[in-house]
Write a protein that binds this ligand. Sequence first.
Ligand code: NAP
Ligand code: F7E
Length: 323
Amino acid sequence: MPTALVTGITGQDGSYLAEFLLGKGYEVIGLVRRTSRLTYDRIQHLVDRIELVQADLHDLGSLMDVLNKYAPDEIYNLAAQSFVPASWSQPILTGEVNALGVVRMLEAMRLVRPQARFYQASSSEMFGKVREVPQKETTPFYPRSPYAVAKVYGHWITVNYRESYNLFAVSGILFNHESPRRGLEFVTRKVTNGVAKIKLGLADELRLGNLEAKRDWGYTGDYVRAMWLMLQQDEPEDFVIGTGETHSVRELCEVAFSHVGLDYRDYVKQDPRFFRPAEVDILVADASKAREKLGWEPRVTFEELIHMMVDADLERLERKYKQ
Ligand code: NAP
Ligand code: F7E
């Protein structure tokens, strides 16, 4: 039975990846940081099938101990401060975790478990002020937030460790991916949760920032499959993963509100608090390399994804307020 170590297992991607790996017969070790309360809501249904171990990306020794103890075959480094606006208010913490955290994990692997395969969660945010449309593996980076700057470091240090030490280390440049387990502050979930609240009479407006920003939104369940496929290749290589479609935040609102028979223009208010100091205007993936070499394609469409998220929020809130 192969063993996989997943950092960030309590996050959106970690929970879907853990489910996927269990389905493939892996022993899954989840790295969790110490907090004063447990943050296991996304993996509650999995806790008796995975092993959770405490360590922190700030602390090299703790990472080395975990690799020593569990000798994983695959390491998925998903842990990060992942909310872009928080990277302006906490830029140093973001750099510590999203940039230096990656090299700490790679150092631990180089010193303790160099035969393992390593996946780094890179991001389409690295393309930022885009140099070409659509974006592919060779598109130059132009990061537009402390988050994206730190991710560029994480990306290149992964490439550098592969080339310097001959490690099987790859970087997946994933475009936005969403699900009913997405954090409530990200725009898709903020909208689907807002729609559900308005529909149930629990709110009467939804305050958002820039409605014209465009993103390539896919379903997380599809994207964790791509992470795994990257580590099953003969040679370590980096891949762009996305749907190839782009939609504005305004279109997202249209699809989500109309799913419950409402017109977004009656409820959405623009609020300067949610505008960013520097915006990423448009992202859209050219994932043809992944299609050709990994045989990867997304299975869930944008409309299906947003409907799935609205339905899940409606069901959750109905359950909560019926009690
Ligand atoms: P998420 O839901 O915010 O999860 C982040 C995870 O990182 C959580 O488990 C969190 O633990 C953990 N973490 C944060 N700081 C840590 C530290 N110092 N030590 C150990 N663990 C720490 O993010 P996600 O959406 O699943 O994204 C997963 C990864 O993919 C991130 O690296 C993100 O930057 C990247 N990414 C995401 C997308 C996307 O669209 N979702 C696209 C491209 C790249 P707690 O539960 O304790 O907070
Ligand atoms: O914003 C606009 C906002 O916060 C998307 C992370 O997973 O994907 C995510 O980063 C767009 C931006 O995601 C609101 O200005 C308008 O243009 O959902 P988001 P993100 O910043 O693209 C990448 C790939 C990652 O790697 C990150 O970890 O929506 N927008 N109004 C808003 N965004 C938010 N959050 N809230 C609003 O009210």
